[in-house]
Design a protein around this ligand. Structure first.
Ligand SMILES: Cc1ncc(COP(=O)(O)O)c(C=O)c1O
Length: 317
């Protein structure tokens, strides 16, 4: 089955014959993932898409429609429903900490390790939520795949470390941070949500500053998962609930990857290491958020790094 789409959502039939991954636009190789439901098989290849659909799910099961509630695409109830729905299919990922890194940063950090998630990234959460929210009739028509929407990450993190006062989240299309912010602020309205964004793709920081969605003519960053732009569903959440956006350059991202490797013994992709890079940055240390933060959750969103690329980027330094 050869349906190929260069970007955006893709449709694939849910048949045993659809075991082959349907996407070819991933910039690097990611492991395909197969889900079984009601006797049929659903294959998902995780990749970078600027979509919020995983968080929204479907109207009848996975989430709330945009016109409901606060006007956001999801709420704490739909995120809790998602958590229960996906529990059999996803890992409850560990939270790591390191006194050495705490000493370097000067704060207590808690790393939510989605790099250990199935398929090596957080995306299976939103994808499996949407797929398993379908009834068999809907599923027989195929599904629109997507990568983001992901509030269950912060539900889990705050269950594991309830005292966290700040969460730093990579931002691209904004689905991950939207889910994290909606869930976390519903649980603790005073929690601070900070985005970490690469300098070469800083559309979110520019959008926040301008008060409207800004897209860029091109992007250039080692964090290849973070090159997408905010969309209509994620922008309202980012505008209202994300407290600040910390922009870091690629050198800082590579330093953070190195620290993850050397101290945490974790292989983390650039997009996954950017939260630590933001925590280490002067921009953060000079901000009010720095003075007001004490226990900081870092979403390590993925570990799908090509060893050759990792080696080259570390070796060049
Ligand atoms: C590893 C990783 N982290 C973070 C993100 C950002 O997610 P979002 O596009 O939902 O902001 C992506 C996006 O694909 C990613 O691949």
């Amino acid at each position: 089955m050869g349906l190929r789409m260069p970007s955006g959502p893709g449709l694939f039939p849910l048949k045993r014959s659809s075991l082959l991954p349907f996407f070819s636009c991933s910039r690097r190789r990611r492991p395909p993932l197969f889900l079984a439901r009601s006797g049929d098989w659903r294959s998902i290849r995780t990749q970078s898409l600027p979509s919020f659909a995983g968080l929204m799910g479907s109207r009848d099961g996975g989430g709330r429609c945009i016109e409901g509630g606060q006007g956001y695409a999801a709420d704490i109830d739909s995120i809790r429903e998602a958590q229960a729905r996906i529990a059999p299919y996803v890992h409850k990922t560990p939270v790591l900490s390191s006194t050495s890194i705490d000493a370097i940063v000067g704060k207590q950090l808690f790393f939510k390790c989605e790099c250990f998630q199935k398929a090596g990234a957080f995306k299976i959460r939103g994808a499996s939520n949407s797929i398993f929210a379908l009834d068999d009739k809907q599923a027989s028509k195929g599904v629109v795949t997507h990568s983001s929407g992901q509030g269950t990450v912060s539900l889990e993190l705050l269950e594991q470390v309830p005292e966290i006062d700040t969460i730093i989240v990579p931002i691209s299309g904004g689905g991950l941070i939207s889910g994290v912010a909606l869930a976390a602020k519903a649980i603790n309205p005073s929690i601070r949500i900070l985005a970490a964004e690469p300098k070469g793709a800083d559309d979110s920081a520019q959008s926040k500053a301008a008060g409207k969605i800004i897209t860029l003519p091109s992007t250039n960053t080692i964090a290849d998962g973070l090159r997408a732009f905010l969309g209509d569903l994620t922008w309202p959440v980012v505008r209202d609930l994300v407290d600040d956006i910390i922009v870091v350059d690629d050198d800082a991202i590579v330093d953070a990857m190195k620290m993850c490797y050397e101290i945490l013994k974790m292989a983390v992709e650039p997009s996954g290491a950017i939260g630590l890079a933001a925590a280490l940055s002067d921009e953060f240390k000079q901000s009010c958020a720095w003075h007001e933060s004490s226990k900081i959750g870092i979403i390590v969103s993925g570990g799908n790094v090509d060893l050759g690329v990792l080696w080259e980027s570390l070796y060049k330094r």
